[in-house]
Structures are given as structure tokens and as C-alpha cells.
Write a protein that binds this ligand. Structure first.
Ligand code: MG
Length: 203
């Protein structure tokens, strides 16, 4: 399976990192070795001094599709969950300054903690999903899928013009504003529509 992620999909987040709002989706991958499940502890990597959390809605793909028309995207989704796009911001800033890819900054081991998935039927409107992320009991991010620059349908139609999505693939849909650094000992909790799905610690 693969994990495909979109960067800068919320205008407020693009602004907080001083990035321009994109005119088409900015995509990158994480390898399958990035996926961390079952709310297992996340271990702070030794190669970064500035690890950031980015809480994101995650789409799980239910069947293979290429060139999926936007109107049929729901037929290819089998669940909605949450993930943290763990980012070594110092490595990413270095790569960005040199115009180089973000592979190591975003794709290192366990850089994609992913929750259980809620069935698609729970979400009649993919553009009206609210989620939030708390660190140590304080609200840090509050997202609403209505604020995505490229909504889920648009995003999946765009991706599959280039890349076939297969059953079990994850699509990280971008993070709202409020990202920030993590420290060893931090407690991450995140919920969709009041249902807590992520609850784990940084060790
Ligand atoms: Mg992200």
C-alpha cells in the first residue's frame, strides 16, 4: 500500500508557514514503513530538533481506480480516519531552501500515525467534516473539511489522473493551521465529530 499526502490544502496553514496558496494540489508520498497503527507510542527521532505534528483527515481507498471522475469518488472510499503527518521541520526547511524533495523530512519510520477508520456512511457530506487535535489536553488544531482548498473529490480525481489508487491506500488531505513542535512526553489526542480516534504519546 501507499500513503499519498497533500501539502498546503488549507489557506490558513499555508500562511502560517509563509507558503503561497497553491493553484493545484502539492503531493508527496510516505512509504508503508511510515504507518504507525493502534495508537502505539511514537519515538522522537534522533535526526531532528524540530518535529512538528500536522493532524489531517485521512481517506482510505476501498477499490482500485484511475481517472476517477469527481462525481464518483465516493464509490472508491471505504473509510474516513485521522492521521498525523509527522514532519521533521528542520530537514524540510533545509530541503525547501535547496528546492529538494521532502522524502526524509516527511517519510521517515512511523511518520504517519493513523487511526481506525469510520465507515463512509457516517459522512454524507465529505465537505462538512469537523476534526480537532489536542496536545496535552489543550486544543491545538480545529479543522473543517469545508476549508480545504482542494476538497476530497477534487483531490482524488486529480491524483488518479496520474497515479492509480488501490484498495488500502491512504490519502492524507492536508492540515489546518495550528501545527507546532512536539516534545518527548507529549500526549496527542484527535477526534472527528467528537469521536476520539487518536490517543498516543511521544516517547
Ligand atoms: Mg501535512
Amino acid at each position: 500500500m501507499k500513503v499519498i499526502c497533500v501539502g498546503r490544502n488549507y489557506a490558513e496553514h499555508a500562511k502560517e508557514l509563509n507558503n503561497a496558496v497553491p493553484d493545484k494540489p502539492l503531493l508527496f508520498f510516505k512509504p508503508d514503513s511510515a504507518v504507525l497503527r493502534e495508537n502505539k507510542d511514537f519515538y522522537y527521532p534522533e535526526f531532528t530538533q524540530n518535529l512538528h505534528f500536522e493532524c489531517e483527515l485521512v481517506i482510505r481507498i476501498g477499490k482500485e481506480g484511475k481517472h476517477i471522475p469527481e462525481a464518483f469518488v465516493r464509490n472508491y472510499i471505504d473509510g474516513i480516519g485521522l492521521g498525523i503527518d509527522m514532519t521533521a521541520r528542520d530537514l524540510q526547511d533545509e530541503a525547501k531552501a535547496k528546492g529538494l524533495p521532502w522524502t526524509l523530512a516527511k517519510g521517515f519510520n512511523d511518520s504517519a500515525p493513523v487511526s481506525e477508520f469510520l465507515p463512509l456512511e457516517d459522512f454524507p457530506n465529505l465537505q462538512d467534516i469537523r476534526f480537532r487535535c489536542d496536545i496535552n489536553g489543550q486544543i491545538r488544531q480545529q479543522g473543517h473539511s469545508a476549508d480545504m482548498i482542494f476538497p476530497v473529490g477534487n483531490l482524488i480525481a486529480y491524483i488518479t489522473r496520474f497515479i492509480t489508487l488501490k484498495k488500502g491506500d491512504f490519502v492524507f488531505t492536508g492540515t489546518p493551521s495550528g501545527v507546532g513542535p512536539l516534545q518527548i512526553g507529549d500526549h496527542i489526542q484527535a477526534s472527528i465529530e467528537g469521536k476520539q480516534l487518536l490517543d498516543f504519546h511521544v516517547r
